[in-house]
Design a protein around this ligand. Structure first.
Ligand code: NDP
Ligand code: DXP
Ligand code: MN
Length: 397
């Protein structure tokens, strides 16, 4: 029985993970769970899965959960809190596999701790790889710890790479849905509302990644994630817009062959792949090829989606620029969701922060977190100076 820790158990990936684990009761069990602020969902998960340890973001939330468990007559679950609690969830001796699915750089320390503790990691938390990819991959390599991508594109690449040798790969193609504004004229971008941006055309995901898909910074983060996971230069990582999200990504080999991975648009499949690798388990997540309609592919529009250019530039510079790209976006997306800046304010904030970021290549996670904090401070300054115009459609209603 594989004992699983889930970091971010109450989120979209966390819930998909529990949903697929449910199908294999003889293979997987839950050892520990970490979440942020959703006490209700954590309580329900404790009742259903009976982890030995659970952690929430703060002491107050942990106390509330502990009290509710006591009142429900549930014993044997240790309730922890904060960053230290999340690290403990990831590194318990009995844990055999860690699903890293906290959103943002908040997931970095525990992901790193899991690797240091020798735990195989299924990585959904792309921000950890963007901010500290070199450090994480080096630590995993040194300890021979598997780092298995759950992000659908990287999972697809991982699968398609099994057909050949690394030296036989010429480049990879990340598919992008194009988000809800794939065909929106540039002059309308100022008026994009939060509600419109939160309507992803093909996936149901957490709020931050959904907004990132709308600006296409999600694809930008994925370019950097791919460079780090697969040890490729940015020039070998291409993006193709594929609105159906059916081909999850492609690997191009030196002889010109291109291998695609096709499956349902459902994150339970890449999660299952990572959990069971190198085996494959039978699943009900089948795809009806006979009913497949058309598949479209087109080049991305760098003018309407400047986040793509910013990400390629950051990927080339590495270090502090990748950290700043993500940190500025975390702040800007939050500000957009609070209706404090317009949609185009997101790339503008990132660009301003990147321009003010000096070249630097951190060697430790502590240095990464310090650079992340600096970039956030800068981003908050930029956001504070950004006029709150736009979203007129919403305000007029
Ligand atoms: N959703 C998807 O389909 C995909 C997601 N990803 C990546 O996976 C990660 C998770 O995404 P998603 O599930 O959509 O996001 P959600 O917003 O749905 O979930 C985020 C999770 O992180 C938890 N969390 C947030 N802050 C903290 C913290 N400080 N300490 C502990 N837990 C915390 C949340 O807890 P709570 O809710 O209790 O506050 C929640 O469980 C992201 O990095 C995303 O880019 C990658 C590919 C696809
Ligand atoms: C499911 C997944 O992996 C997401 O990262 C998804 O790819 C987002 O869609 P976009 O292609 O619109 O960014
Ligand atoms: Mn993805």
């Amino acid at each position: 029985m594989k004992q699983i820790a889930i970091l971010g158990s109450t989120g979209s990936i966390g819930q998909s993970s529990l949903s697929i684990l449910e199908e294999y009761p003889d293979r997987f069990a839950i050892a520990s769970l970490a979440a942020g602020r959703n006490v209700d969902a954590a309580f329900d998960q404790c009742l259903r899965w009976r982890p030995r340890v659970v952690s929430l973001a703060t002491a107050e939330l942990a106390d509330t959960l502990a009290l509710r468990l006591r009142e429900a007559g549930v014993t044997g679950i240790e309730v922890l809190h904060g960053a230290a609690g999340t690290v403990q969830v990831a590194t318990l001796p009995e844990v055999d596999f860690v699903i890293s699915a906290i959103v943002g750089v908040a997931g970095l320390e525990a992901t790193y701790a899991a690797i240091l503790a020798g735990k195989p990691v299924g990585l959904a938390n792309k921000e950890a790889m963007v901010a500290a990819g070199e450090i994480l991959t080096a630590a995993a390599r040194e300890r021979n710890v598997p780092l298995l991508p759950i992000d659908s594109e990287h999972n697809a690449i991982h699968q398609a790479m099994r057909a050949g040798e690394k030296r036989e790969i010429s480049r990879i193609w990340l598919t992008a849905s194009g988000g809800p504004f794939r065909s929106l004229p540039l002059q309308d971008f100022d008026h994009i509302t939060v509600e419109q941006a939160l309507k992803h055309p093909t996936w149901v995901m957490g709020r931050r990644i959904t907004i990132d898909s709308a600006t296409m910074l999600n694809k930008g983060l994925e370019i950097i994630e791919a460079c780090r996971l697969f040890d490729l230069p940015p020039s070998a990582v291409k993006v193709t817009v594929h609105p159906q999200s059916t081909v999850h990504s492609l690997v191009e080999y030196i002889d010109g062959s291109i291998l695609a991975q096709i499956s349902v648009t459902d994150m339970r499949l890449p999660i299952l792949y990572a959990l069971s690798y190198p085996e494959r388990l039978p699943s009900k997540l089948t795809f009806d090829m006979a009913a497949l309609g058309r598949l479209d592919f087109s080049p991305p529009d760098f003018a309407r989606f400047p986040c793509l250019r910013l990400a390629y530039e950051a990927a080339e510079r590495g270090g502090a620029h990748c950290i700043a790209l993500n940190a500025a976006d975390e702040v800007a997306v939050e500000a957009f969701l609070e209706r404090a800046i317009p949609f185009p304010g997101i790339p503008r904030t990132i660009e301003d922060v990147l321009q003010a970021t000096p070249e630097s290549h951190p060697a430790t996670i502590q240095e990464v977190l310090a650079l992340d904090a600096q970039a956030r401070d800068l981003a908050r300054e930029v956001v504070a100076k950004t006029p709150t115009r736009s979203q007129p459609a919403l305000h007029r209603r």
